[in-house]
Design a protein around this ligand. Structure first.
Ligand SMILES: Cc1ncc(C[n+]2csc(CCOP(=O)(O)OP(=O)(O)O)c2C)c(N)n1
Ligand SMILES: [Mg+2]
Length: 277
């Protein structure tokens, strides 16, 4: 993997994620921005897809189970050519193809509809079972929130994935330490989350979720494991790269226009620094 290329893509995804949310003026900045590095590795390196044929039967699937991270999905898909980027600057407006939460019937590239936390993990497992039945060698990549992991359904789905020996699904848990209105520790402490997932039988790794090399290597390790599903726990900083939201790890944000402009300028600068490096 060309790490510099992927880091550049991650910076582009961060900037476009901000632009997408700025088009509405408010939204889920926190849980979108912290996934830019993962999305860059997935769509810049790891996944098999055709932006001109989003329903290609042999594609790898993405299930953004924490469906409120729609903006980072729309930014990534726009950059990868699923549609003109500008089209996503209609976030959640009437008749848009870009609702705040991901919807498979509206947005090219979105494989499953999500938003009700927990459910995407189960439907992702269903997709992985279906792909096996069809004899396909593609994979399902499913992104779960750490607050979302409060849902019992997440653990039922892990249990099923293990029992069915689904080595064609890789879960990611975005361990940013925060959910909607506070820290995960205060609201419902998971203790050692990776140890719990591992206890369910999944091949589990925990890494720095902003290190593209570590993300790539963990995915490669997961791909090499036969007969068990995998989970990669990503230690992340909620709202990473959004100047107004990162200090308090905001879940959703509605900053003033001045604060928006500051954040967009900082993100453009970060991108330019990588381009000139
Ligand atoms: C079943 C369900 N309950 C509540 C919500 C409202 N809700 C949306 S996001 C969120 C917090 C999610 O926290 P986390 O999974 O940690 O997401 P992240 O920190 O990555 O944004 C909640 C409670 C929901 N979407 N679905
Ligand atoms: Mg969280």
């Amino acid at each position: 993997m060309d790490a510099k290329k992927i880091e550049l893509l991650a910076a582009q995804i961060r900037l476009e994620t901000l632009r997408v949310i700025h088009s509405l003026g408010f939204g889920h900045v926190g849980g979108s921005m912290d996934l830019a590095d993962l999305m860059a590795v997935l769509y810049g390196e790891e996944m098999r897809y055709d932006p001109k044929n989003p329903h290609w039967a042999d594609r790898d699937w993405l299930v953004m189970s924490k469906g409120h991270a729609g903006p980072v999905v729309y930014a990534t898909f726009g950059l990868m050519g699923f549609y003109p980027m500008e089209e996503a600057y209609t976030l959640n407006k009437p008749h848009t193809r870009f609702p705040s939460h991901t919807d498979r019937k509206l947005t090219p590239g979105v494989d499953l509809t999500t938003g009700s936390l927990g459910q995407g993990v189960s439907t992702a497992v269903g997709a992985a079972i279906g792909n096996k039945i069809d004899g396909r060698d593609n994979r399902v990549f499913c992104i779960v929130g750490d607050g979302e992991a409060d849902e019992g359904q997440v653990w039922e789905a892990f249990h099923l994935a293990y029992a069915k020996k689904l080595d064609n699904i890789i879960f990611f848990i975005d361990k940013n330490g925060y959910q909607l209105d506070g820290s995960t520790e205060k609201i419902l402490d998971h203790g050692d989350l990776a140890a719990k997932v591992s206890g369910f039988g999944l091949y589990t790794q925990e890494i720095d979720g902003h290190d593209v090399r570590a993300i790539y290597q963990a995915i490669e390790n997961a791909k090499a494991k036969k007969g068990v599903p995998s989970c990669i726990v990503l230690d992340t900083i909620k709202a990473k790269g959004a100047t107004f939201a990162e200090p308090k790890h905001e879940h959703s944000s509605q900053p003033s226009e001045e604060k928006w402009q500051e954040a967009l300028a900082a993100s453009e600068k970060a991108l330019a620094a990588l381009q000139n490096a």
